[in-house]
Design a binder for this molecule. Structure first.
Ligand code: ACM
Ligand code: ZN
Length: 521
């Protein structure tokens, strides 16, 4: 029996007398996207599969047909010593090849007569990478993209702007990368951190994703999480404060000023360049953790509250997000934002903004109400989908068993990897795997086929697959740590409290208050 991740909808070993055997003579149909599969076979079996559209024996035939009733679905048949993959679109054929990789690995190059009928549960199956807190090289990102494709994920959400670093070249505002992509140190350490993606890098990554049927969603996180941008262009903040790129984690109190027209010009200018770079028609606008302390004091922000008839600063954020979302929509893109804190009512919030559920889960009244009112959402419920959380908080079983389909308006699932405590690839791997396998199954497999026991019993084969990609996954024992080890992990993770800037924020707030009082005299 084979253990395929994510579990296919239907797999029948048909018990025929023939079997497919991978060898030097094996051929494959020509197609633009097959090299990724051929490279896997070369690496694992040291066999170069040749392209031959006419072959009828010992061949892997990819055929577009009308049959599977979904663009991403496929049918894989092993019969008469050949593999046939049928799909309605190329991404289905590509997913058939991902399944075939696992069959070949588990059968050591031999596939018995079998039949697989498979299609995804959700159309949105995402992974988010935070490149703001730590910078990953283009090579590291491509490896992550390969692993996403292996799990049949199709949305790469790229968190590119943060308090601690601005990571994408914007021609109109060169300081964003000249100054905003470097910080002098990280927390109490002395190690500086820097890096950004040129437009060339971005195009290379977007193209790499497209060849794996992955759409790329850039995140430009506004109005909070913008200290790196404010460090370059102080006038973006309410009091034109001179700040440095943030060196500590935690929620910052200086955010974009929602009252100055110049802020909107900046946001629209940056978006114009993002529209060019990211053609997949989604833009993530962040919207999370926007502390309203400065807005309460800012004459520009208060002026907008008055003239637009808004009730408070929370409504000012809704006005801000909606105005930017309208710009995004006018350019043919879909706006997305975190549903995080602050959004407790939505009178002023654009109905078309897709919410990415995170801090709040389905027990949150506003999430329920918005779903019922028809707002589309992506389920990234922090428990259990935040991959940076230690296994002591979210063990493998919990990540597996959570049911994301809480409404018809859930577009799908996304697992975010925040990187405050993920400075390198090895740590990223350990946090991400095997949990991403569990989450990919929630995104792809039919709910009635999901079973944690089956998933756990298939882990040896899953780990063999990850070994091909040199993944430093957590072992089963690490991923199911038990109470004592889990508590120890939580304690260690909670050292992050020391790394927050709480005291710094208090002192800084007092400074702003004092300046305000002096002005008022
Ligand atoms: C978030 O967790 N800051 C969206
Ligand atoms: Zn302001």
């Amino acid at each position: 029996m084979f253990n395929i991740v994510p579990q296919p909808n239907e797999m029948i070993i048909t018990g025929g007398k023939t079997r497919f055997t991978l060898d030097e003579d094996t051929t494959i149909t020509k197609a633009a996207f097959i090299d990724e599969f051929r490279n896997f076979v070369k690496k694992q079996f040291d066999i170069r599969i040749h392209r031959d559209p006419e072959a009828t024996e010992n061949t892997i035939r990819l055929e577009l047909t009308d049959e599977p009733d979904c663009d991403e679905g496929y049918r894989l048949v092993s019969r008469d010593g050949c593999i046939y993959i049928y799909a309605r679109a190329e991404n289905g054929l590509f997913y058939g090849l991902q399944t075939l990789k696992q069959l070949l690995l588990q059968g050591n190059g031999v596939v018995p007569d079998l039949y697989i009928d498979d299609k995804p549960r959700f159309s949105y199956r995402g992974f988010m990478l935070d490149s703001g807190r730590y910078f990953q090289s283009v090579k590291e990102i491509k490896r992550i993209i390969d692993l996403m494709a292996l799990h049949k994920l199709n949305r790469f959400h790229w968190h590119l702007t943060e308090d601690q670093g601005w990571r994408v070249q914007i021609d109109k505002y060169p300081l964003l990368t000249e100054i905003g992509s470097r910080r002098s140190h990280t927390n109490f350490g002395v190690k500086p951190e820097s890096g950004f993606y040129t437009k060339e890098d971005v195009r290379e990554i977007v193209d790499y994703c497209h060849r794996r049927f992955i759409k790329v969603i850039p995140e430009f996180d506004i109005p909070g999480h913008c200290v790196a941008a404010i460090a370059c262009y102080p006038e973006l903040s309410c009091f034109s404060r001179k700040l440095k790129v943030a060196t500590h984690w935690g929620v910052k109190h200086d955010i974009l000023c929602a009252g100055k027209e110049s802020t909107y010009r900046f946001v629209f200018d940056v978006l114009n360049e993002l529209f060019e770079l990211f053609p997949d028609k989604y833009i993530h606008l962040g919207g999370d953790e926007a502390v309203k302390m400065r807005w309460k004091r800012c004459p520009h922000c208060q002026d907008v509250i008055r003239t637009k008839g808004l009730q408070n600063e929370e409504q000012l954020q809704q006005y801000f997000m909606s105005r930017v979302a309208r710009y995004v929509k006018e350019h043919g893109f879909t706006p997305i934002m975190w549903n995080y804190d602050g959004v407790e009512s939505t009178e002023r919030l654009d109905r078309d903004i897709v919410w990415q559920m995170c801090g709040a889960n389905e027990e949150n009244g506003i999430v329920r109400r918005e779903l019922e009112a028809g707002r589309k959402m992506i389920n990234s419920s922090a428990f259990p989908y935040y991959l940076d959380f230690p296994y002591g908080w979210v063990d493998l079983k919990r990540a597996y068993e959570y049911e994301p389909g809480i409404s018809e308006n859930i577009l799908g699932v996304e697992a975010p990897l925040w990187t405050e405590y993920v400075p390198d690839q090895k740590t990223a791997d350990h946090r991400t795997f095997p949990r991403l396998g569990a989450i990919a199954e929630a995104a792809w497999s039919a709910p009635e086929d999901r079973s944690y026991e089956r998933f756990e019993s298939g882990l040896p084969e899953y780990f063999d697959l990850l070994n091909v990609y040199h993944v430093h996954y957590a072992t089963l024992k690490q991923a199911l740590p038990g109470k004592l080890r889990g508590a120890a992990q939580s304690l260690w993770f909670n050292r992050r409290v020391l790394h927050w800037q709480g005291l710094h924020n208090l002192i800084d707030d007092a400074r702003v208050e004092r300046a305000h009082k002096n002005d008022g005299k």
